[in-house]
Design a protein around this ligand. Structure first.
Ligand SMILES: [Mn+2]
Length: 298
């Protein structure tokens, strides 16, 4: 007989960080739904959420996902230093919170996996979570769409070593020991006005001086580069129109209380129903496949 008794003290959680305001509540629920749906049976999750003004309905939507698979969730309220609010009006200061993870997360956490809310996770996060960090302050994926010119303008000669910060495994131990937060704030001051991708640029400048760890590109894939069965995290990078793979995003949104994302015109469920109905009149397999593709339905 096998025992189903789980000792919670010893549960090996995969700890995931999100920063989210009310505008992106449905996106975060979608990301979490995808994590839960594609997890391995022995994965356990604890989500750490920096609450930048989430309303009750958003909190309820997260809670409701526990019905599909139990998980733990901890919310944080975090104040940014005043100096960061005036730094660049093109960006919402929300992007800065994750830089302070080593300060507001409990000391008992040695590392955290920070994910953007515009990602969809297509496999278990275990392998990424277990990446050996050794002394590196982060592990991340090269940003394929960053130009060489831009990299050089912030002192990064080889663009392979400019990473995207949407999927970031952070070594909190190193962050605390080396006061990475303090150094990032110095960089932000030093480069004021020249950081087009504020927090991401600052992280990369720090990395160019102190090193970091590159991980497989499959962990942070732009929809244009999606490969079925290979891509492990899709990152929509803010784009909501004219990118492939929106059907994948919508299919996970359909698993949440929201059912669809704010910019979806027709509900995914309705589209699927309509597509199923129309397929009745198509006899060739190829035609049915094309119809599904055109309607963006899986
Ligand atoms: Mn993003």
């Amino acid at each position: 007989m096998t025992s189903h008794c789980v000792n919670l003290e010893e549960t090996d959680f995969i700890e995931v960080l999100f920063v989210c305001d009310e505008k992106y509540g449905a996106f975060m629920a979608t990301t979490i739904a995808s994590i839960l749906k594609n997890a391995a049976s022995d994965d356990h999750f604890r989500f750490h959420i920096v609450d930048c003004g989430l309303k009750r309905t958003s909190l309820e939507a997260i809670d409701e996902l526990k019905k599909s698979r139990p998980f733990e969730v901890v919310y944080y309220k975090h104040e940014l230093p005043k100096s960061l609010y005036s730094i660049d009006s093109r960006f919402s200061p929300v992007v800065f919170h994750r830089l302070f993870a080593a300060r507001f997360l409990p000391d008992s956490l040695d590392k955290i996996l920070s994910l953007d809310v515009d990602t969809v996770v297509l496999s278990s996060l275990r392998e990424l979570w277990n990446t050996p960090l050794e002394g590196a302050f982060v592990a991340a994926v090269t940003d394929r769409y960053m130009s060489e010119e831009r990299c050089k303008s912030i002192g990064i000669e080889n663009k392979t070593y400019y990473f995207n910060a949407g999927v970031l495994l952070m070594n909190l131990k190193v962050w605390r020991e080396a006061d990475v937060v303090g150094k990032l704030l110095d960089i932000i001051q030093e480069f004021q006005g020249r950081l087009d991708y504020l927090d991401q640029d600052a992280l990369n400048i720090y990395a160019s001086r102190n090193g970091f760890r590159l991980v497989s590109e499959n962990w942070n894939v732009h929809p244009l580069d999606y490969v079925a069965g290979q891509t492990q995290i899709l990152h929509y990078m803010g784009s909501r129109r004219n990118v492939p793979c929106l059907d994948i995003l919508y299919s996970y949104a359909a698993l949440t209380k929201y059912k669809r994302l704010p910019f979806q015109k027709t509900s995914y469920k309705f589209k699927r129903f309509l597509c199923l109905f129309m397929q009745l009149f198509l006899f060739r397999r190829k035609d049915r496949r094309n119809l599904r593709k055109r309607m963006g339905v899986r």
